[in-house]
Design a protein around this ligand. Structure first.
Ligand code: PLP
Length: 495
């Protein structure tokens, strides 16, 4: 199976090329030329499988240039019991009869990015080999918090790779910063950047566009690459947990095979919910995709009106991993809903680039209405939901998950559709211990890692091991630089 660019369908590459390149030359994203279908019989046969086998089953359908043996090796390594503290890898928790939380944060960094970033390094290094690339790869990441640490863990000591992460000095939580600056591994680097996430991201984008740096890194034996969520190798592993969750519900007798479920996803860059969209298109019985945002509600407006408009104030919220105004993966949705038109997709992206906004055709809007529903939840309400969920069910959720839960409740209230629903839980509450304590009315004098102990003692819950383990860790990377110094930092790193 070939992959096409969303902006030029004449670009046709293999899966390995799509993963090795990340982004097509003219700026488009790679998408499979046909979406494999998933029959009821196939879903049934996956019900008896373990998570790792389900991953191989789904991924093989997309990665024809990878052997089953290869993918089995990758899945076994990525979703090992060393990396994941839950044997089911992505377990479901039931609160009430028809609402389940899909916990995607039992991996090494306690956020859902691990589901993809434990797999990506295997796919990427194999893809480089398959495409005849002889240079090593240097991954550059700008992070608003969760991606950086997850990428560091994923690529830590992976053969033929180096990884350098830039985080904004003002813009990551204490726990997130400590997770990164204490990262182990001989091939890793971490640097703070003065400014906010946009500064760090702009810096990395400039580096990718800098011909001199490209040349210098190549001379040093490296090809520069990114681990962000536009890479197909990051999106694909995310389809797996939707299928897996459905299988688990069938297996547990909660639903019958073929029954519909709704899915509510806390959304930022549109990667997670796009994976659910692909799962639905493949044949998984998902009824409605509920897109949940925080006060940066550009996607709520888009899904409700058909106009995407990034010209608006940016808010720092309690759910920082969703503080995004341009959701890159939306491009893949536009391509799918425009009848796979590269011309229409490219035109929207050009308009977005030029004016910061675009409006889709009535036809596309109708398709969106059939598949999606959207709303948002502000910080005050987020705290209330964390508090109420804990009081009512004894279940602790993080701010991102709270946003998704709240928006599911809006949906049920507004539409009367009470189809059983999966709320996608994207981070451990301990990763955002400060906000969660505040929501519970238990704000104390603690800071940094002390917050983890306090949340544990207040709630009697157990923190994830990797976060507890941060305590004894030494700070390895205390450098903070100006944005202008980022290219030099890359050159030093490659020496
Ligand atoms: C990245 C992230 C999200 C947003 O996911 P997208 O794929 O960017 O939509 C939500 N919650 C958490 C905790 C995250 O780290």
């Amino acid at each position: 199976m070939r992959y096409l660019s969303t902006r030029d369908k004449l670009v046709r590459v293999t899966a390995a090329e799509a993963i090795a390149k990340g982004l097509s030359d003219e700026g488009g994203l790679f998408v499979p030329e046909v979406l494999p279908s998933l029959s009821e019989g196939q879903i049934q046969s996956m019900c008896a499988m373990r998570y790792q086998q389900r991953a191989v089953y789904i991924m093989s359908a997309f990665l024809k240039d990878f052997s089953a043996a290869e993918l089995t090796e990758f899945a076994t390594k990525a979703y090992s019991d060393k990396n994941f503290s839950a044997p089911q890898i992505a377990p479901l928790k039931t609160l009430t009869g028809d609402t389940w939380f899909l916990e995607l944060w039992h991996g090494p960094t306690s956020a859902f990015k691990d589901m993809a970033l434990q797999m990506l390094p295997h796919l990427l290094t194999a893809s480089l080999q398959k495409t005849g690339e002889t240079r090593k790869v240097c991954i550059l990441v700008a992070t608003s918090g969760d991606t950086g640490k997850a990428a560091l863990e994923g690529f830590c000591d992976v053969d033929r790779t180096k990884i350098l992460v830039f985080y904004p000095q003002d813009g990551v939580s204490d726990v997130q910063r400590l997770q990164m600056v204490s990262q182990s591994g001989g091939n890793v680097g971490v640097s703070g950047v003065v400014g906010n996430f946009d500064d760090a991201q702009t810096g990395v984008k400039q580096i990718f566009g800098d011909p001199v740096l490209k040349h210098v890194s190549s001379a040093a034996g490296y090809v520069l690459s990114s681990a962000n969520s536009i890479n197909w190798g990051r999106l694909l592993p995310q389809i797996v947990y939707y299928v897996s969750a459905y299988c688990d519900l069938v297996q547990a007798g909660r639903i019958a095979l073929g029954d519909p479920v709704n899915v509510s996803v806390p959304t930022g860059n549109f990667g997670n919910i796009l994976a659910a969209f692909y799962a639905k298109k493949m044949g998984l019985p998902i009824n409605k995709l509920i897109c949940a945002s925080n006060e940066n509600n550009v996607l709520t407006n888009f899904i409700r009106t058909g106009t995407y408009d990034r010209n608006r104030p940016f808010h720092n919220t309690l759910s920082p991993s969703m503080d995004i105004l341009v959701s890159s993966n939306l491009e893949r949705l536009l391509f799918a809903l425009s009848g796979e038109s590269d011309v229409i997709t490219a035109a929207y992206m050009a308009e977005l680039n030029k004016t910061g906004r675009y409006t889709v055709t009535p036809q596309i809007k109708r398709e969106i209405d059939q598949i999606f529903w959207a709303d948002y939840c502000d910080d005050e309400k987020t705290k209330k939901v964390i508090y109420a969920t804990y009081r009512k069910f004894g279940y602790l959720i993080d701010p991102h998950t709270a946003v998704a839960f709240d928006v599911l409740n809006h949906y049920r209230h507004d539409t009367g559709d009470n189809t059983p629903a999966i709320v996608v839980s994207t981070a451990s509450p301990y990763k955002f211990a400060d906000s969660v304590l505040d929501a519970l009315g238990q704000w104390g004098r603690e800071e940094g890692l002390e917050l983890i102990d306090r949340l544990a003692s207040v709630t009697g819950t157990i923190p994830p091991m990797p976060l507890l383990g941060l305590k004894g860790k030494r700070v390895r990377f205390d450098q903070v630089i100006y944005k202008e110094a980022m290219p030099q930092a890359v050159m030093d790193f490659l020496k």
